[in-house]
Design a protein around this ligand. Sequence first.
Ligand code: ISL
Ligand code: CA
Length: 541
Amino acid sequence: MENKWWQKRVFYQIYPRSFSDSNGDGIGDINGIISKLDYLKWLGIGAIWLCPVYDSPNEDMGYDIRNYETIMQEFGTMDDFKNLLSELHKRDIKLVMDLVVNHTSDEHKWFVEARKDPSSKYRNYYIWRKGKDGKEPNNWSSFFTPSAWTYDKESDEWYLHLFAEKQPDLNWENADMRNEIYRMINHWFDLGVDGFRMDVISLIAKAPGLPNAKGDGYNMAPEHFAFQPKLHDYLREMRKECFDGRDCMCVGETTFVNTENANTVVGDGRELDLLFQFDLMDIDGENTKWNLKPFDLKEFKRIIDKWQKAIKWNTLFWSNHDQPRVVSRFGSTETYDSWKTSAKMLAVAMYLLKGTPFIYQGEEIGMTNYPFVDETQLRDIESINLLSQSSDRRDWAWKGILAKGRDNARTPIQWDDSINAGFSLGNPWIEVNPNYKNINVKSQINDDDSILNFYRELISIRNNNDVLINGDYRQIMFDDDRLFAYERFLDNRKITIYCNFSKDEIVLDVASDVEKIIGIACKNKNGYYALSPYGTLVIKN
Ligand code: ISL
Ligand code: CA
């Protein structure tokens, strides 16, 4: 089977602000990334997803772009960027950029013109409507604010924003706007980038007439802005104008995707190559992410099974810059042992599935959630807005933020045990996790038994094994509520993976003389393999 490059490589997601600061201003930057490329190569990484590095006022940490074609000053210059690209390619590492085209910043020159002059051609690059009876044009709520509309006094019209007020949605019905976006994408391709991760791409088309959502008050209206028929026209056009004929990859952040509509975007290869789905990320929330509910392994197993069967090629991830730290969330940080063992087990559970792994920075050393104690430590607009909108239930909101707040995954990478964990000599823009003296790259790199060295081994096993790349998937022991187990098979070769998600010891029905590829917290008990709490076993059979 002929694989595409993005099927054979392990991705690593970089959140530049928190990766490495080269000049002591407390903010991670491009030169900081360059200084760590040998580390990523050593780890076995084959491609990077780089979160936005474009000029931005940082209302939403770069997801509010002011200029698509310049680099954020705090991160460096265009020359630094070109240097990064060439240093990556020198090491045979691909670069996938973030593409945020559902919205811009309200400081983008298009929106500045649009707001200033309703007769300007840029007015129609955005979505403006007259109000209804002095109120919003419809009842949609946004991800970050109660209403998705903001009133503009000068023109007596409202503009739509599915995210923050400072993130006005682009009007994809406007062909001039679309062409400007395509030109911009091609410009980055011409510089040599290898692909894009497309932010909330499933939301770019809105239902004609912008109908009300069901229910009273403000409501999320995915039925009117996610996976609309026009989405496919836009994606096909974009593919034709920008992606066709290039050896590149586009992965969509397809918010509100499900197993029924997934193949409408990745099915025939004419829209997206890959997609991110969030069923797993919703597993510990009831209706909203902030209503915490316990992790249910059986539900996890159903979700994995459903997606492995639904589409040809999955993305495999546990976390990203919008999610808490995986070991805090789905593993155990109770003791040193359970932290270390469960972090390794989770890696095996996810990254030996069929698909392309995306490791989020810091995950490879088992970084944990941050023990926030007060709101001045928060930086994320989502958490800050939640608190200010929840004055009647502050404790509930705070509990939610501790468990799920996006800042948990945005604290600086812990490189060593020196000041600020070696991230910066200045004052970091967000606090460093106080556990950095115990959890850092330097202490793990020379420790054979560390999470870091395990990730390196796992990546290398995966990179070099055809069964793990192309083999079919089949889940086994489906009804077991402590074990997650699956097989990968190709021709007459088979690999079986067992992961103990529980605190119990589990004796497996596998003789201990079977050849093992990986065994963590796994011993021989009366001639059978036995998994200690959070243990994992991978065998060739
Ligand atoms: O973070 C989320 C839940 O807490 C998600 O709902 C998130 O808002 C959604 O997945 C879209 O995320 C992307 O677009 C946002 C940006 O804030 C996120 O960082 C980005 O990943 C708006 O551009
Ligand atoms: Ca810096």
